[in-house]
Design a protein around this ligand. Sequence first.
Ligand code: PLP
Ligand code: NAG
Length: 380
Amino acid sequence: MVLASPRARGCRLTLPLGRAAETVVLGIINFCANNYLGLSSHPEVIRAAVEALEKFGAGLSSVRFICGTQSIHKDLEEKIARFHQREDAILYASCFDANAGIFEALLTPEDAVLSDELNHASIIDGIRLCKANKYRYKHMDMQDLEAKLKEAQKHRLRLVATDGAFSMDGDIAPLREICQLAQKYDALVFIDECHATGFLGPNGRGTDELLGVMDKVTIVNSTLGKALGGAAGGYTTGPKPLIDLLRQRSRPYLFSNSLPPAVVGCASKALDLLMESNAIAQSMAAKTQRFRSKMTAAGFTISGKDHPICPVMLGDARLASVMAEDMLNRGIYVIGFSYPVVPKGKARIRVQISAVHSDEDIDRCVEAFAEVGRKHGALS
Ligand SMILES: *Cc1c(COP(=O)(O)O)cnc(C)c1O
Ligand SMILES: *[C@@H]1O[C@H](CO)[C@@H](O)[C@H](O)[C@H]1NC(C)=O
């Protein structure tokens, strides 16, 4: 099972600062990484990185538009666009940068952006940087979005921005309704798919595929740093004129180093594996189902729906923290989240399921939760 280092069981896991300074060996199962498909330890992904490193070098020492573009960068952009069934794609050092680039490049003071109040920090920062008029609608509240869209009719252009899947709650944006409203009020739709790309939808294309609106969402941003091999990198994919504009104007793209070949190699192989077969994504979905149903049967409340982010809702911050610590003593690596990362009184332990967890790993995690929950009074 996925530990911090690639080679599975029995390898070293470096604990984060504040837990223990040393490394521990053996038997700890990681349930808090964004490695949903297990591709960061996939032998073919690792081999592709090594081959790219040997063939294309360690790095480019340049930004893309000077001398930092190799065939593998163009190939990966083409592959990302094909994967998402969009016209073109542009690579960034991270999705954070992609989000920082898009709004400023796209929107003027005559335009408006409408953003879900629980959107990821990178979207919030990206919106802060642009000069458009800003509207924040209540989390997944379509009545509020409609009211804000009405108000925003006075502007030249409207862009609705939302996470596809929200990382703290594991809930999924109601894209079908959002796209209907966007059509009614003549707005574009932008989704950040960092917690969806590679595994949501029948072929892992993301939230837009899951909800049948791939042709209605205009712009998709996502990361290579989670399900797609977990190394680094982000991108925007969408209509060709928009991507051309970003290549001309997006500051994080223009003024930051191009992605190292090894990182490009990883992501490219990860996409190949996903386009060959949806077996890995389906395996993860089955394990998510197993975890959610067994935890619910044990008496826990799991937030979200059908997403490998499974927040075990506990309420009390101290309870979440002592339970997480006790889980680690039982070989299960999970982290408690409390205020200000989540609202007061909504502390939780966020469990993330991966395709590389075995059924036995999942069962061991559920058993540990039941024991620890009883010990600390979270279960009666
Ligand atoms: C992780 C994440 C990002 C940042 O992605 P990086 O590529 O690591 O910068 C942006 N948006 C969302 C919703 C994320 O979960
Ligand atoms: C996403 O796209 C938007 C607009 O296209 C862009 O401003 C933003 O920087 C991109 N990146 C991320 C991570 O959202």
